[in-house]
Design a protein around this ligand. Structure first.
Ligand code: ADP
Length: 615
């Protein structure tokens, strides 16, 4: 399968052609100064040549397309075109097939990214017109960060105003953070869903991301790419009060502030010699104080974020450096990685100096052998990341095209607890065994006659159903609403994954038990057998989308965890808040969609487990 990637800036167009099966890049080029004086094109590593025809994005693409297509093997075609789109807003949480509706939605999001989305869209329109047979896929910079919890998305502003204007933290550089995370996990020989990473993309734009078990949970860029780290010419974090003060003192207007923060700040503003770190490092070595300060401020900011993100995730297994600076500047890595010993991260100075990453040797370890937390340099490739996403959507479309609508019964799990034998005895008396009230849909599981009272720091909830049989770890599954009622900050977790979760007090007729941990909001999930998994084309711990249709309202639940075991029966479990959000009543089912725009909404009878726990 051959994938073309197109990345349009306001006056530029980058394109690359990949053979997805072999992973090789067949061609790449870059057109500059589109619609300006003396546009030019640079093919591969060759020198730039004039390209007078590039009067707009469409004309530019039309002019270079024959060169790109010439790199295809005899008789081959472009199966999919992956387009980089900077802002997906609240609307897009993953790559999507582009149709007219998606095009309109990208256009509507231009207010959030006025410099980027219109240019991205120009590329989309040009390519759809010139390659009408191909599948066009939009890959959003923001999508990887759609998993940010609300607390990390939200600015402390009046929420009415914020939601009216879409003012919240979205995060950017998604394809790069996703790509280097995956490569780092491969290098660690771990599943991405088992590791906590901090990825530092340090190029002209810079951002750091906390990737907790495969999900972005915090990132340094916010509503726009201006927040966070010091960048080539962007300031990153700055006290908003300083802007107010500058506006008053210097009489600066909005455009002047925009220009100041986006183009005249960062390394360029601090050093006074431009944004290229190579020049700054050279001057600093010669004793230039401004350049020395630029390097110190840059490194300090990154180190500060690393510490913060380790705290957000409660630890970190690897810190990844990428981007032009992260991949090439041993000096900057050295400064950033100082005093990270408290995280178990020890830099090996020789390895750091010698580190070299390329497309064929993508990962270099720069920590000592005994370092608990790995320090890695990983070569990013945003074009390839976009190609991988586009290929994935193309494969899914082909797989789902012929498949019948595969339906999944949806059940609502009310709050409940799982207990160990020891805790059962302490709550209900020595030798007590749970008594089965009635069986649940998952084979062997049952609702017990026993109930328990949950006592949180703030309030209690009585009569919470105990589910049997007894387990090896206690687990209390509550909804977001319960969380606030009890006064507990519970993480969203897969069942059984209770490490580092908060505890509470359980009260039964014979005694009380302080749980040290175990309170979670269950990650919405689908139980299925290996045979089901085969039919759906998914595997254990995949994360998918499920479209649910009820009498009242249709909704797509993103971020649904797949659990596969021969012991399971096909069923999706959501909590009461989620059931209410979809206004589900008896008779709803879901259909696996995996990626937006592909799939089926269904409406057929189903069984509910609302009664499986009381309250
Ligand atoms: P973009 O964000 O535009 O993709 P890059 O990721 O290519 O940018 O990063 C560009 C930055 O990388 C520049 O600031 C450049 O100074 C820096 N850089 C590249 N090579 C080196 C090097 N050997 N030493 C220090 N900095 C470098």
């Amino acid at each position: 399968m051959h994938i073309l990637v197109i990345n349009c800036g306001s006056s530029s167009l980058k394109a690359a052609l990949f053979d997805h099966s072999s992973g090789s890049e067949l061609a790449s080029l870059r057109v500059e100064r589109i619609g300006e004086q003396e546009p030019s094109v640079r093919v591969g590593g060759a020198t730039a040549k004039p390209l007078a025809a590039a009067t707009d994005h469409r004309a530019a693409l039309e002019a270079v397309l024959p060169d790109l297509l010439a790199a295809l093997p005899e008789g081959a075609q472009v199966a999919a075109v992956g387009h980089r789109v900077v802002h997906g807003g609240d609307k897009f949480s993953q790559a999507v097939r582009i149709d007219d509706d998606v095009e309109r939605a990208i256009d509507a999001l231009s207010s959030l990214a006025p410099l980027h989305n219109p240019a991205n869209l120009a590329g989309v329109r040009a390519a759809r017109a010139l390659l009408p047979e191909a599948l066009h896929v939009a890959v959003f910079d923001t999508a990887f960060h759609a998993t940010l919890p609300r607390r990390a998305q939200t600015y402390a502003l009046p929420q009415e105003l914020a939601s009216k204007h879409g003012i919240r933290r979205y995060g950017f550089h998604g394809p790069s953070h996703a790509f280097v995370s995956a490569r780092a996990a491969e290098w660690l020989e771990s599943d991405l869903r088992d590791v906590r990473l901090i990825t530092c993309h340090l190029g002209n734009g810079c951002s750091a991301t906390a990737v907790e078990y495969g999900r972005s949970v915090e990132t340094s860029m916010g509503m726009t790419p201006l927040e966070g780290l010091v960048m080539g010419s962007r300031s990153g974090d700055i006290d908003a009060g300083a802007l107010l003060s500058l506006m008053r003192a210097e009489g600066l207007d909005v455009d002047a502030i925009d220009e100041l923060l986006n183009r005249r700040s960062g390394l360029a503003g601090l050093s006074g010699v431009g944004r290229d770190l190579r020049d700054i490092e050279e001057r600093a070595a010669e004793g230039d104080e401004a350049c020395r300060l630029a390097i110190q401020v840059f490194a300090h900011r990154v180190r500060k974020y690393i510490g913060a993100y380790a705290a957000v995730m409660g630890g970190v297994d690897a810190i990844v450096f990428t981007g032009g600076i992260g991949e090439n500047s041993a000096l900057m890595r050295h400064r950033i990685a100082q005093r990270l010993d408290f995280l178990g991260a020890r830099l090996d100075e020789d390895k750091n100096r010698a580190a070299k990453v390329t497309a064929s040797a993508r990962v270099a370890q720069i920590s000592t052998e005994r370092s608990r937390c790995h320090l890695l340099v990983v070569a990013t490739d945003e074009q390839r990341a976009i190609a991988e996403d586009a290929a994935r959507i193309a494969v899914e479309r082909d797989r789902l095209a012929g498949a019948e609508a595969l339906r999944i019964p949806v059940a609502i799990s009310a709050r409940h607890v799982h207990l160990t034998d020891a805790v059962i005895e302490r709550l209900y008396g020595a030798g007590h065994q749970l008594r089965e009230l009635k069986p649940l849909s998952q084979p062997g599981q049952y609702a017990a006659e026993e109930t328990v009272t949950l006592v949180g720091p703030k309030r209690s909830i009585e009569d919470v159903r105990v589910l049997g049989p007894a387990r090896s770890k206690c687990q209390v599954e509550i909804s977001r609403t319960d969380e606030f009622h009890l006064g507990i900050d519970a993480p969203v977790r897969a069942s059984g994954d209770v490490e580092n979760s908060p505890g509470l007090t359980l009260v039964g007729p014979a005694g009380r038990v302080e749980l040290k941990q175990g309170v979670i909001c269950a990650w919405r999930h689908i139980h299925m057998t290996p045979e089901d998994a085969k039919r759906f084309g998914v595997k254990d711990r995949d994360v998918v989308d499920v479209a649910v249709d009820s009498e009242e309202r249709s909704l797509v639940f993103g971020d649904v965890l797949v659990r596969v075991s021969p012991k399971y029966k096909l069923e999706m479990h959501i909590d009461t808040d989620e059931g209410n959000a979809a206004e589900l009543s008896r008779g709803a089912e879901g259909a696996l969609v995996k990626s937006s725009g592909v799939g089926h909404l269904t409406r057929r009878g189903t069984r509910f487990d609302r009664e499986m726990a009381k309250g």
